[in-house]
Design a protein around this ligand. Structure first.
Ligand code: TZP
Ligand code: MG
Length: 211
């Protein structure tokens, strides 16, 4: 795996996912439990609100040395001083992100179907999202449900770090890492948990056990 990429438990967070709880508080709990990378994924906020939330998160995350990644918005990523950006297959292509934001330190790119792996855009990505591994109510506009076999298949075709996302939880994290993923990304398993710190700890333990 690429040395630059050392993250194992990746929280994908939004205000909505925190279900009325404060996003910075939930995220800080998650970090204390073992989350080592955070993505802010807001689909319904204005650029101003998205940026403000990103800055609040970054101020907290900096104290823990945890990188902040912004989903699909170069303006917000630059304005908040984020570490990187994550884009999907139908978003701005990675090559263009690099043109628009030369200082981007981490570029994530979701793999939604197998043919994408032969695309030149892959070379611009620092990690690939295997999206989704299992179907999830959190994101329903998906193409391929990769399953464990899909992770293993992608693992054989690329050396890029693989981030597994989609219905990841404490009962499948171990198998997903064993199948070839380097990192687990979650929304509900942490944001929806009564105790986000404990939920992160349990997930992190499953991951470490599989490494
Ligand atoms: N991309 C693919 S699945 C997904 C995203 C953002 C949502 C994952 O959410 P959850 O609640 O962890 O299944
Ligand atoms: Mg997108």
């Amino acid at each position: 795996m690429d040395n630059k990429f050392l993250s194992r438990l990746y929280l994908v967070v939004s205000r909505e996912a925190c279900r009325g709880r404060d996003i910075v508080t939930v995220t800080e709990q998650a970090v204390m439990g073992g989350v080592d990378m955070v993505q802010l994924r807001e689909k319904n906020l204005s650029v101003q609100e998205f940026t403000e939330t990103a800055i609040q998160l970054k101020n907290m995350l900096d104290r823990y040395n945890v990188p902040l990644i912004i989903n699909d918005n170069v303006t917000v990523a630059k304005a908040s001083g984020a570490y990187g950006i994550h884009v999907g297959n139908s978003d701005i292509p990675p090559s263009q992100i690099k043109t628009q934001w030369a200082d981007c330190s981490m570029l994530g790119y979701s793999i939604e179907y197998l043919e994408q792996l032969t695309n030149a855009e892959i070379a611009f990505a620092d990690y690939l999202g295997v999206s989704p591994v299992f179907s999830t109510a959190t994101k329903t506009d998906t193409v391929t449900e990769w399953g464990l076999e899909g992770i293993t298949q992608i693992r054989k075709l690329t050396d890029k770090p693989l981030v597994a996302i989609g219905n990841m939880n404490e009962s499948n994290a171990f198998d997903v890492i064993k199948a070839g993923a380097d990192c687990i990304a979650v929304v509900s398993a942490i944001c929806g948990a009564k105790d986000p710190l404990k939920a992160a700890e349990v997930l992190r333990n499953q991951i470490e056990r599989a490494l």
